[in-house]
Structure formats: C-alpha cells, structure tokens
Design a protein around this ligand. Structure first.
Ligand code: SF4
Length: 309
C-alpha cells in the first residue's frame, strides 16, 4: 500500500500516523544519545497511556450503576429514534429532515449511556472504534476471538490495542478450537457453519452483551440486501439491550475516506481482495465487481453469522 507503514503485527496505517492518545516527548535528560531520547519518549508515551486508561477505569467504576430494565431502555430507544432518525425510510429519507450523522449518533449514545458502551469490531478496520473513541475514550471494543482469524486480523487487533484509546475485550467461546474438534469433529465450519458460528460467535457475544445497556455496530445498509433497512437506533430483542448503528448510511468509500482522513488502522486484507473479512476458513477473496460479501461462506446459503439477524 502506497503511503503506509506496516507494524510488526501486520496492520497497515498511513505513514506519519501518530498513535492516538499519546503524549508528547519525555523531556528527560538523555546526554545527547538519540536512541536514549527515543526510548525516553516511548516510555513517557506508554506511561501516559497507562495513566489515562487507569483514570478512565477508576471513573467508570465510580459511576457504575445497575443495568436499567428493558422498559426503561426501550423508552430510550424511542427517544433516540425521534431525535436521530430522519423522516421517511432508510434509503428514501426526506432531505429536509435528514437522519443524524455518525458523530451525532455517538454523542447521543454518550449522553444516554455514559462510557459503559460496547463497540463490536471484527478488525477489518478500526473506523468504528475511532468514531466512538473520539467522544468516549477507552471505550470497550469487543473482539470475537473465534480462534480462526487470519494473522492479519490478529495483527490489526494488536495494533488497535497498542495505538488507540480503546479497551480491547477478547470475547471467547466456551470451547477452544481443539476442544470443539474433540467434541464435534474436526473442522465443524466445513460441515455445519451455523453450529460453529453459534458456538464461536453468537453465544459468546450474547453472554458478554448481558453486561451492557447498549452496543454499537458497524453495520452498513450497502453491505447486503439483508441490511438495507438498518436503523440508526433500535431495540435488540434477542440480546435485550439497545443497538446503535452509527455508520448505517455510509458506503464502503465513506469508510475508506474516513480512514484516510483520520489515519485509522486498516486490516491489510482490505487492500488484497477482501472487502468483508471474517474467519479464515469461511472467507475468500472476491473478484472486482462482485458483491462485497460474496466471499463470506462462499458456495453456501449462509450469508450472516447470526449476530445481526
Ligand atoms: S465464520 Fe466459520 S470458522 Fe468462524 S465461527 Fe463461523 S463457521 Fe466457524
């Protein structure tokens, strides 16, 4: 990729991209040794990040309160829809009454829920965490650690954790891959991907979301016919919490434009024929002009892992 650097974890970001939330140089005496100056600056950045993260965690503990009831949360959804949704339906909105921008949706979420927000991220890119962290630093970013990710995706996850002001939460299945192979036979994904997704994605996410009042997803209406009517704010009946989709109206080009403008980390596979990135065994490259999600569970009826249906 032109104009980018690749970190040791394999994640690509534009040249000159400064880790977000880092402090300035240390100012410690180095005796004129340039390497010592660099080490001191790096140490100061690490310490500043750790202090900022710890302060956030302490404030969050201090402000913690019991999860509100489903009725209370549903009322918040109604308020949010009245405030944020434009008139008309998604895709045919009244131009005099447009829906809210992604930043306005996040601002609303922070007002309603504070910083106890869960952001789902597949590590195809870090745009959604970046959009949310601008207004909710050290927000929880849930990463479904299925055990089947591409090395590039794991590298992107590590780079996001090291460079951005977010808190990565690895969401783990009950069984390791080896345990699942022993219990259900090797490579369950090849015989029954619905069961594999249920155990490695849906159940772990549902279990984790039980702790939150709201989760934020990067679902976009242009991704698939099943996502055409994605609202900005909705009630997630299956998981019993509020679900917001701030990027619903964005196109793939909008996403890439935001990443370029804000020097956001991208999974290198995005520039290698993978516009949609899931687990390695269930994702293939797509040809130019092909549906962006055609590479997911190719050859099967399956088009969704079950997280957003
Ligand atoms: S995407 Fe494939 S490997 Fe990943 S959880 Fe679903 S079936 Fe299993």
């Amino acid at each position: 990729m032109s104009g980018t650097t690749t970190d040791p974890g394999g994640a690509v970001h534009p040249v000159g991209a400064a880790p977000s939330g880092t402090a300035g140089t240390a100012g410690a005496p180095t005796g004129g040794d340039p390497l010592a100056a660099l080490r001191a600056a790096a140490k100061a950045r690490t310490e500043a990040r750790a202090a900022s993260k710890a302060a956030h965690a302490a404030r969050r503990t201090e402000n913690a309160r019991p999860k509100r009831s489903a009725e209370e949360l549903r009322a918040i959804v109604e308020r949010g829809q009245a405030e944020l949704h434009g008139r008309g339906t998604p895709g045919a909105l009244d131009s005099d009454h447009p829906e809210a921008t992604a930043e306005q949706v996040v601002a609303w979420a922070v007002r309603e829920f504070g910083d106890a927000i869960a952001v789902a991220c597949s590590m195809a890119d870090a745009v959604l965490p970046h959009v949310v962290a601008q207004q909710a630093p050290w927000v929880d970013v849930l990463f479904l650690e299925t055990g089947y990710h591409f090395p590039e995706t794991s590298g992107t996850r590590d780079a996001v954790e090291q460079q951005m002001e977010v808190t990565i939460v690895d969401v783990l299945p009950q069984l390791t891959v080896a345990q699942q192979d022993a219990a259900h036979g090797k490579d369950l994904w090849s015989r029954d991907p619905a069961a594999c997704c249920a155990m490695r994605k849906v159940e772990p996410l549902t279990r984790t979301l039980g702790e939150y009042e709201v989760w934020v997803t990067g679902v976009r209406r242009d991704e698939a016919p099943t996502r055409t009517n994605t609202p900005l704010v909705t009630w997630d009946e299956k998981n019993g919490l509020v679900k917001i989709n701030p990027l619903a109206a964005w196109s793939f080009d909008d996403l890439l434009g935001y990443a370029a403008d804000h020097q956001v980390i991208l999974n290198p596979l995005l520039n290698d024929g993978y516009p949609s990135i899931g687990c390695a065994p269930c994702t293939r490259r797509v040809a130019p002009g092909e549906d962006p999600r055609a590479g997911r569970w190719a050859g099967l009826d399956k088009t969704e892992c079950g997280l957003h249906v």
